[in-house]
Design a protein around this ligand. Sequence first.
Ligand SMILES: Nc1ncnc2c1ncn2[C@@H]1O[C@H](COP(=O)(O)OP(=O)(O)OP(=O)(O)O)[C@@H](O)[C@H]1O
Length: 293
Amino acid sequence: MSFEGIPSIGVDAVETNRSGENGEADRVVDVVDLTFGYAAAPVVEDVSFGVDRGDYVGVIGPNGSGKSTLLRLALGLHEPDAGSCRLLGHPSLAFAERERVGYVAQDVTENTKRMPITVAEVVLMGRFPHAGFGRVTQSDRERVREALRTVGMERLADRKITALSGGQRQRAYIARALAGEAELLVLDEPTVGVDAESVDAFFELLSDLNDEGMTILLVEHDIGAVLEHASRVICLNREVYFDGSPTAFAESDALDRAYGTNLGGRKGDPDGRKGDPDGRKGDLDGRNGGDGR
Ligand SMILES: Nc1ncnc2c1ncn2[C@@H]1O[C@H](COP(=O)(O)OP(=O)(O)OP(=O)(O)O)[C@@H](O)[C@H]1O
């Protein structure tokens, strides 16, 4: 991933930290007994999960099941009503080193319409926490170039961000995170509005980054894509219905229970939602149990 004569960025930086040499635990996201509601009713209730360095976790669930809210809680953008969230070893609400987490949200088009700047300039923003405004060095520019190369966007560096396709724009935001030396990528339905061919290539990019050591927490409506690419699936519908490997998920009834498509499932049957605690945590390959902290 590094290039001759160019300082390494992003995923290589992750490799150097993976063993926890910097004293931080390998658990990069730690959510414990989390409950949160915008009004009286909780949107997320009693949710616990962890993301360890190198994981590729895909969060799925029906519309309105609390997925985006859970991401924002993990990032410290909401204050929990109960429970706790930690990010890279720090309480999420007090987490100050934002550049260490690359957040790619859905529906960024509206934001970028107000930013008539080039792709390279967007990616360079990832360097600002390191370089500071007005103090961009040649090394920062090299890192931008390498980040663009990593996401396959080098030739589009001088194009206006508004002139990109949705998929290209999302790649540019990933490049910004890489340029910022992010250790964790948090993506919220990044392929909404992206054409099918670009979606496949986008998920390949995420897999490549994960292979190189990048930790990924992805909310995604495309269950098939999550099962194909993620190393772990969390199925959410206010509560966690499943946390385990894609294989174990496919063999479980969590999909029916969480999406309410079977008669014994969620509708009007609160106990039924909670039925089968083993199934909820079913992790046949033992990779990461739902209660594995
Ligand atoms: N800012 C907000 N204020 C009040 N209610 C909100 C807010 N954001 C989300 N909600 C509500 O919280 C619930 C969960 O929303 P959230 O966006 O987290 O779900 P989601 O699983 O990400 O949905 P989708 O897949 O449709 O994007 C929904 O009922 C939604 O209407």
